[in-house]
Design a protein around this ligand. Structure first.
Ligand code: B3K
Ligand code: ZN
Length: 844
């Protein structure tokens, strides 16, 4: 397969003014008629006329009305064209029903839908399928299905057809079409300049009761984007459609967002608090793309972080505003450390703006998205809130309608602030997680903080340069009073010192407050000092992180020599758990432990070889210790977290449930699951029901509840995904793979449905001790199923093969088993380009 390089970018030879598409829908023989107005690009470096096209049967083609026989290859079409504006017409045939890759036009439960990002439009018709070619689309859909939707505004309709026109020029990846027997949940919104917008969430009949929350989230997002970024919606209608078979969370197609049903449908009985929060965030994210992604798009796919990093940053700000900044920041840091740091530390590490790719779908990663968002956050912290707002206004004013680059983005900050961002820009090109080492000195009333930075080498990038790292920093005295409020230190050199004088005694430093940079802080600190920060730090992130570092230290000692947990940690935890002045959601986060995978990585950072079984044992033992330590207050605290009245997914009630359920997990280790069984029976919402089942399964009980759950929810696909996943997630290490294998033989296991496949195999990946069971059965099962799935759905396979991305950190026995599994995948005949690229990088 061919590697594409950023440095090889050339402008398109031809530009598109308008596109007229007609779809005659039929399951295995859909006809797509296109009429495209092209003109030569004055900035072109070539005059080659090349249209992308894959899996298309060409019926006919014309230029300016004259039939022609183009040169057709498996990836596209070439012909000679006039050196002046011209009309290209084509008719092609495609087969949506047999499209199991879920890219291009496909069918899901009798409904037609599309997914074109990144390069799926070329599976619909011949077209210059690149984001810097933007055209005005008019779409006619012919079908007997009752609901026919496309981008833009509806212009006309009749019996068996409908027409849509999108006035905003857009790249083909934002094209969408939906046709189905759907019902809608309608609403409306008036923008602040008085424009009326019809809003709809379209779902399969039976799901209409699960749309209200998503609709509220949409309206909140629309208001928020007006208030915070000054961005208004720009069409008469905004449609969201829920689809069961979808590779990702959702897609921001202009005016017609298509959602994985798991990312939009919710009711108290069927969705957990975490689901509600995720839905709110994804609806916001896709809506925000209308400006950061659609009105301003990317010049090429290397610039993906331009729209994704910024839009993730915006949705994080939104969730912070809706639900509380501190808890949101901590949750985002947890995700970043668990997934992005893992990616950065392994064979799949790549820069936020990659230099090359084989299959761009493989780069929709936590690095591009979440680290991309961290870069925006650092930029905002460095220039300040006002300058950030000014730069964003300039970005929208200067680049509206453009296909832009990271250079364009940084330039608006330079122009708005006068700051030179040359060094800062390296965050986009340099892969790997920087380690920041802390050295502290105190003498004669002067405290000296010395920070040094080092980024380990990553594949293809041995040499690393110093980055601009904003380090939010404060000082406490030993009474716990803040003597230096948060200020931002700029670490720009390999090593740098900062001094603070006139201090009466040695201060306690709080470093990297609010997780001000995506780095690993290496700080030799006593557990007494950590416990002090857990008790006193005024920065909620660092207060939580002090507890987290204590937990990690305790776990490492337990793994290494079976140590009993430090009482500084257990006592500190007990104080936080009981502290009514702290929000329950925050207390729940302090009670949570690092994941077993986090502990494994922490051992690797100490040059030790992690043993997943020993890590599992230590985690289980620590949970029991915590439960015993909190034994007395547990029942009272649990009772205090009872939420009375009707279920509400809002942050406050959700926070109480979150702490209540964390306490329930602990209690069940002491009472044999008595309280959990009671909560299961009494639950009137999925959050409580699932948490109770989870607590029971974790202690090896709950078989009756598991069966009852299946009987109750067998008709609900999304709830059954939880049922499938939970069993694998809660299985003991030696039972995880067999549980997963057994579930693949369940009549409701459908490998073609990405949600169901991920429920089972995503859970197997996350059950670290189970996946890494020394027998190797976890590896073999994963490989067997990825090989099967690749023939149907390369995208989802390629994403899941990252389960193996930590293989080099383990012992030689596990390493050779994982390498063998990867080699077996690599040797599969006709392996997709997507998966081939991933296994090649993993083995590399
Ligand atoms: N932009 C889409 C992702 C498209 C996935 C392509 N394989 C969702 C999002 O980030 O909003
Ligand atoms: Zn996005």
């Amino acid at each position: 397969p061919q590697t594409i390089y950023l440095k090889d970018y050339t402008p398109p030879a031809y530009l598109v003014d308008s596109v007229h598409l007609t779809f005659r829908l039929a399951p295995t023989a859909t006809r797509v008629l296109s009429r495209i107005a092209f003109r030569p690009n004055p900035d072109a470096t070539s005059s080659d006329f090349l249209l992308h096209g894959e899996d298309l049967t060409l019926i006919s083609a014309k230029i300016d009305g004259a039939p022609l026989t183009p040169d057709v290859t498996p990836t596209g079409l070439r012909c000679t064209v006039p050196n002046a504006p011209f009309i290209f017409e084509a008719e092609v045939e495609i087969s949506p029903e047999t499209n199991t890759a879920l890219e291009g036009l496909y069918m899901s439960n009798g409904m037609y839908c599309t997914q074109c990002e990144a390069e799926g439009f070329r599976k619909i018709t011949y077209y210059p399928d690149r984001p810097d070619v933007m055209g005005v689309f008019t779409t006619r859909i012919e079908s007997d299905l009752p609901v026919l939707l496309s981008n833009g505004n509806p212009t006309d309709q009749g019996d068996g057809w409908a027409e849509w026109h999108d006035p905003w020029p857009k790249p083909a990846y934002l094209f969408a079409l939906v046709a189905g027997d759907l019902v809608n949940h309608p609403d409306r919104f008036t923008t602040r300049s008085g424009k009326h917008v019809a809003l709809n969430i379209w779902v399969r009949p039976g799901d209409e009761g699960k749309c209200a929350f998503g609709m509220e989230a949409l309206k909140k997002s629309m208001t928020w984007d007006e208030d915070v970024y000054g961005r208004e919606y720009d069409l008469d209608i905004f449609n969201i459609v829920a689809v069961d078979d979808f590779n990702m969370g959702a897609m921001e197609n202009k005016g017609l967002n298509i959602f994985n049903s798991s990312a939009v449908l919710a009711s108290p009985e069927t969705a957990t608090d975490a689901n509600f929060e995720r839905i709110e965030a994804i609806i916001a994210h896709e809506y925000f793309h209308n400006w950061t992604g659609n009105r301003i798009t990317c010049r090429d796919w290397f610039q993906l972080c331009l729209k994704e990093g910024l839009t993730v940053f915006r949705d994080q700000q939104f969730t912070g505003d809706m639900r509380g900044d501190a808890v949101k920041r901590i949750s985002d840091a947890v995700v970043l450390r668990a997934h992005q740091f893992r990616e950065d530390n392994g064979p799949l590490a790549h820069p936020v703006r990659p230099d090359s790719f084989v299959e761009i779908n493989n780069f929709y990663t936590v690095t591009v998205y979440e680290k991309g968002a961290e870069i925006i956050g650092m930029l905002k912290r460095l220039v300040g809130d006002d300058a950030y707002a000014k730069a964003l206004d300039l970005y929208f004013a200067r680049h509206d309608g453009d296909a832009a680059t990271i250079e364009d983005w940084l330039k608006v900050f330079e122009d708005a602030t006068g700051r030179d961002l040359t060094q800062f820009a390296k965050w986009y090109s340099q892969a790997g997680t920087p380690r920041v080492k802390v050295h502290e000195d105190f003498a004669d009333g002067t405290y000296t903080l010395t920070l040094s930075q080092h980024t380990p080498s990553t594949p293809g990038q041995d040499h690393k340069e110093p980055l601009v790292i904003p380090v939010a920093f404060g000082l406490l005295n030993d009474n716990g009073d803040e003597i230096l409020p948060t200020q931002v230190l700029e670490l720009t050199k390999a090593e740098q010192s900062f001094t603070f004088d006139n201090l009466s005694s040695r201060p306690i430093a709080s470093i990297l407050r609010d997780f001000s940079a995506p780095v690993i802080l290496q700080r030799a600190q006593t557990n007494v000092e950590r416990a002090f920060l857990l008790a006193h730090d005024t920065d909620p992130f660092n207060k939580w992180d002090a507890g987290r570092m204590l937990a990690q230290d305790v776990l490492l000692r337990m793994v290494r020599d079976d140590a009993t947990p430090d009482s500084a940690y257990l006592d500190g935890l007990a104080v936080v758990a009981r502290d009514d002045n702290l929000a329950p959601a925050f207390r729940a986060l302090v009670l949570s432990l690092p994941t077993e995978d986090d502990t494994a990585q922490a051992l690797v950072d100490c040059d030790e070889i992690p043993d997943p079984a020993a890590i599992y044992t230590a985690h289980e033992a620590l949970k029991l210790h915590i439960a015993q330590h909190l034994q007395d207050p547990l029942p009272r605290l649990y009772a205090e977290m009872t939420v009375s009245g009707l279920y509400s997914p809002e942050a406050e009630a959700a926070g109480k449930r979150s702490l209540g359920n964390a306490l329930l997990m602990l209690m069940s280790r002491l009472d044999g699951g008595k309280q959990a069984a009671q909560q299961y029976t009494g639950a009137d919402n999925m959050t409580q029901q699932l948490a109770a089942l989870n607590a029971l399964l974790k202690i090896g009980k709950g078989q009756a509840e598991l069966q009852a759950f299946a009987d109750q929810w067998q008709h609900d696909r999304l709830v059954m995904d939880k049922w499938f996943g939970l069993q694998v997630a809660c299985a003991a290490p030696d039972a995880a793979a067999t549980t997963a294998e057994k579930l693949t033989r369940h009549p409701d296991f459908e490998m073609k449905n990405p949600n169901r496949f991920r429920a089972v195999f995503g859970a197997l990946k996350s059950n670290a001790a189970g996946f890494h069971d020394p027998s190797g059965v976890g590896y073999d099962l994963m490989a067997d199923w990825l090989i099967k799935l690749d023939a149907l759905n390369p995208q989802t396979t390629a994403r899941m093969v990252s389960a193996f991305d930590t293989w080099k950190r383990y012992d030689t026995d596990r390493q050779s088993k994982m390498r063998a599994a990867l080699q077996r995948i690599a040797a599969t005949p006709n392996l997709s380009r997507d998966t081939t690229e991933m296994v090649t990088r993993l083995l590399g």
